[in-house]
Design a protein around this ligand. Structure first.
Ligand code: AMP
Ligand code: MG
Length: 412
């Protein structure tokens, strides 16, 4: 793999996707646990939903030919959700019906209970009732034979609900990926242990693993690896036996690469890239045996940005998800609330806070501390604010792209 001097983010993603093959092995997954999994074969509806005409409201089922305001009808029975018998309903008659109950075969409309006055066993209609009023028709949500999802579709929570409504207990999804995580650095200490002079707590594996939790992967943690070629070699050789993707952090910048690079060169085919994004310029990508290797920069903020912007697209591709293109992240436009001066050259992912004005306009304010070692800015932020590579600054009121961290997460 080539060591090109500078790569744009989109070229980097395109290169990675073109050099990696999605998994082909599929398995059955319980629909209840299938959220986030990628379908291996399309889902075609084998039944109609709803399976029969049923009432959308509590009220009275009648013949629409009787549905004139002022008509008085005799109530001859009641149908509840789950009933299988269909009462006979003659002209001038109706039946009490509950939401979800099957429409009697003699009826073709439902009048809601609020629109009738009831006295003993009769009702008087206060409104006209048209054919099919308040009826959920057979197959109106899903018709038998409809192709609901293509292969390569990642299931959402509501998709799994829809699959359950079809009576499916399991679906065919691509197998889960195993991701190996390791952190390199002599200075790194596992949380829970005392810190000696010169040491820092290791945090990248925690952040990266948490970011990957959204993507239904299996994480295999290989711990902290000393800055020592033989140890690194051993760990990588072990990881490549069992992992689809190996993600390491640290040691890919120019100084550190001295010891990581020869090891990786010996074991596999790795390119050391300078991706034109900030933070997160040094990034290693390639192959160790059958595993895909991603080498993140060590700075925690850079490690998170490269995970989200570079590694996640590769993982999604490997998982068999289709239609990714380069637009794998939701991007919105917001107006910046202050001026920014900076040096042009790299696509900047600033940590920022966005919110919505009373008139609905999105506004965004980048946090003051943008150093790639400052984790607190990430915690204060609720989005990335993107500054295009060519821009040497932004003026208050300029429209910029933002990527919310999470729809469900805190809003500014
Ligand atoms: P490196 O990429 O190895 O040169 O590391 C860059 C900076 O990130 C250094 O200050 C490291 O101490 C720090 N660093 C590297 N790996 C980690 C990690 N796993 N957790 C926290 N900080 C790290
Ligand atoms: Mg290091």
């Amino acid at each position: 793999m080539s060591n090109s001097p500078w790569l744009s983010l989109s070229d980097a993603i395109a290169t990675m996707l073109s050099q990696t093959q999605p998994v082909s092995v599929s398995e059955k997954a319980d629909v209840k646990a299938a959220v986030g999994r990628v379908l291996a074969i399309p889902v075609v509806a084998s039944i109609n939903v709803p399976p029969c005409n049923n009432s959308a409201m509590d009220g009275y089922a009648l013949k629409s030919s009787d549905g004139k305001a002022g008509n008085t009808l005799e109530v001859v029975g009641a149908v509840f959700a789950g009933d299988s018998q269909s009462p006979t309903v003659l002209p001038g008659q109706c039946v009490r019906i509950m939401t979800g109950a099957p429409i009697p075969t003699d009826c073709d409309a439902v009048i809601i209970q609020e629109n009738v006055s009831r006295e003993d066993d009769t009702i008087t209609l206060q409104t006209d009732t048209a054919p099919l009023a308040n009826i959920r028709e057979t197959g109106s949500d899903i018709a038998r034979g409809d192709q609901l999802f293509d292969a390569g579709h990642r299931l959402t929570a509501t998709d799994t609900m829809l699959l359950s409504s079809l009576g499916l207990a399991s679906v065919d999804v691509y197998r889960q990926l195993t991701i190996g995580l390791l952190a390199t650095g002599d200075e790194l200490v596992e949380a829970g242990n005392p810190l000696a002079t010169g040491q820092i707590y290791e945090s990248n594996r925690t952040g990266v693993a948490a970011l990957l939790q959204n993507w239904q992967v299996h994480i295999n943690n290989f711990g902290i690896v000393a800055d020592e070629p033989e140890t690194l070699k051993q760990v990588l050789q072990e990881a490549q036996q069992t992992c689809d993707v190996i993600i390491s952090s640290g040691g890919v910048s120019v100084g550190d690469a001295d010891f990581v690079k020869p090891v990786l060169d010996e074991l596999g085919e790795i390119g050391f890239w300078k991706v034109a994004i900030k933070p997160g310029k040094p990034f290693a990508f390639g192959r160790l045996g059958n595993a895909v290797f991603c080498g993140l920069p060590g700075n925690p903020v850079s490690a998170c940005v490269t995970t989200e912007q570079l590694v996640v697209p590769v993982i999604r591709h490997l998982q068999g998800e289709t239609g990714l293109g380069n637009g794998h992240r939701l991007t919105l436009k917001a107006q910046i609330t202050r001026d920014i001066k900076r040096r042009a050259g790299r696509l900047d992912f600033q940590r920022a806070v966005f919110s919505q004005n009373a008139d609905g306009t999105l506004i965004v304010t980048p946090l003051a501390k943008q150093s790639s070692g400052v984790m607190t800015s990430f915690s204060k932020a609720n989005c990335y604010m993107l500054i295009p590579a060519e821009a040497d600054g932004l003026n208050t009121g300029d429209w910029v792209e933002i990527q919310p961290f999470s729809i469900a997460g805190k809003l500014g």
